[in-house]
Design a protein around this ligand. Structure first.
Ligand code: PMP
Length: 435
């Protein structure tokens, strides 16, 4: 397989775009160079060398209905025929909020819109501090909440410089981060109730909230252990701290009501982005009315020129209407396709005696290499998962025209077909036979 045109464009891009890419996460693609694409439609992508891939990156999650679905294009075209950005209100944003709140189990809630996941998490954290008057918050190792200073800590720290299992050090993931911020970020191991208990005891009365990916999408797609979220919620209630789910991956992907519907533990705040607008930039904070009033009354500043622009809101409106129309069958199918692929990969790994494992709810899941049966949190991942082996696998799969993400998170979209899944399993079989 040739990547010559991607190489030419990448070298040209290096002259004009820092690192030749527009997000650092695109630096680490499984291909020899960051690939350049010509078009994407449904479950397929075509690169500039004419290679066609079955895509499981799906924009890292947003393309719930595949690339460029017509119903979203039509809705966006219709919306933008009336203008792009008003810096004023329009009726469709109420419809989107109303429908989203019908899906999301949190009772008596309101929303605010923004454009990106990173941005909306910032609003959540500011709101936590404003509402509780407490400045420290708990963040879990290996959970990602965007690239802003106050959360870009301990997503992927080195084991030997990140402290003990009980007292983790907040390690910045980037240079240039204001290190003084770390004083208020308490890093915790996920799925470890003793660790969070310890932190609440140690910092009694100082912790305003807990932010987490309720399904740990950015490391291994790890599910919470039975009873864990319940205990965290009880702790938050007891300590008057706000529980915030970052549902930027899980929202509208694992169920219409996201992880809170699937896991049936309801937080006080939740952030959404990615799937809500099927590929258009839209983020949303949902929170209990009483907490959200702190934004509504002007105490917490929240702005954004692009907030509730017509294109993104029209896309979200179309997405939510489609989810409503399809009913639970939509998620049954999505999860079913994912489970088919997960089972197929498990089978071919077993046949080839390779320690490839899969984990997750179906509509998204991780592919990883480990001898350990269950990976529980980031430390467990770091100690027991061979990331280099995954990189080699993803690269070999790319040469079989299957596009996997650089971190193993695999996204199913509604236009993936059973045939796509079978082709992917056969490709994995071929790759693993020679592994
Ligand atoms: N939270 C989570 C859980 C995410 O996965 C991401 C993005 N991968 C973000 C926040 C940040 O979202 P964005 O890339 O839209 O800024």
């Amino acid at each position: 397989m040739k990547f010559n045109n991607s190489k030419i464009l990448y070298n040209k891009a290096l002259n004009f775009i820092a690192g030749g890419v527009s997000s650092n996460f695109r630096l680490y693609e499984p291909a020899e160079v960051p690939l350049f694409f010509e078009k994407a439609l449904g479950s397929y992508m075509w690169d500039v060398d004419g290679n066609r891939y079955i895509d499981y990156v799906m924009g890292l999650g947003p393309n719930l209905f595949g690339h460029g679905p017509n119903f979203i294009k039509e809705a966006v075209n219709k919306g933008m025929s009336k203008g792009f950005i008003y810096s004023g209100q329009h009726e469709l944003e109420i419809s989107v909020a109303e429908q989203a709140l019908k899906f999301i189990p949190m009772q008596d809630s309101t929303v605010r819109f923004a454009s990106s996941g990173t941005e909306i998490v910032q609003l959540a954290i500011r709101l936590i501090r404003s509402y509780t008057g407490k400045h420290k918050f708990i963040k879990f190792e290996g959970h990602y909440h965007g690239w802003a200073d106050n959360v870009c800590f301990s997503v992927n720290p080195k084991l030997d410089s990140s402290g003990s299992n009980m007292t983790q050090i907040a390690v910045p993931d980037s240079s240039g981060i204001d290190i003084n911020i770390s004083e208020n970020i308490l890093i915790c191991q996920w799925n470890d109730i003793e660790n969070i208990n310890y932190l609440f005891k140690k910092y009694k009365g100082e912790i305003g909230g807990v932010i987490m990916e309720p399904i740990m999408g950015n490391t291994n797609v790890i599910m919470p252990l039975p009873g864990y979220l319940n205990k965290v919620k009880e702790l938050c209630i007891r300590e008057s701290a706000i529980l915030c789910y970052d549902e930027i991956i899980t929202g509208f992907r694992v169920a219409a009501g996201g992880a809170q519907e699937m896991l049936n533990i309801i937080p006080d705040l939740a952030t959404y982005a990615k799937s809500i607008a099927g590929g258009f930039p839209l983020a949303m904070l949902v929170g209990k009315r009483e907490i959200m009033n702190n934004i509504g009354n002007g105490n917490v500043v929240h702005g954004g020129s692009f907030n509730s622009n017509l294109m993104s809101i029209s896309a979200a409106h179309a997405v939510l209407q489609r989810i409503k129309q399809k009913g639970p069958e939509f998620y049954n199918k999505l999860n079913g396709l994912g489970l088919h692929l997960m089972n197929g990969l498990r089978d071919v790994a077993k046949k080839s005696k390779i320690n490839l494992k899969v984990n997750g709810p179906g509509s998204f899941f991780s592919i990883y290499f480990s001898d350990k049966k269950n990976i529980l949190n980031w430390r467990d991942h770091k100690r027991n998962v061979n990331d280099i082996k995954y990189q080699t696998f993803a690269k070999a799969m790319l040469l079989e025209n299957i596009r996997l993400s650089s971190i193993g998170r695999t996204h199913i979209c509604s236009t993936h077909t059973e045939e796509d899944i079978e082709i992917t399993i056969q490709a994995a079989h071929k790759v693993l036979k020679n592994f």
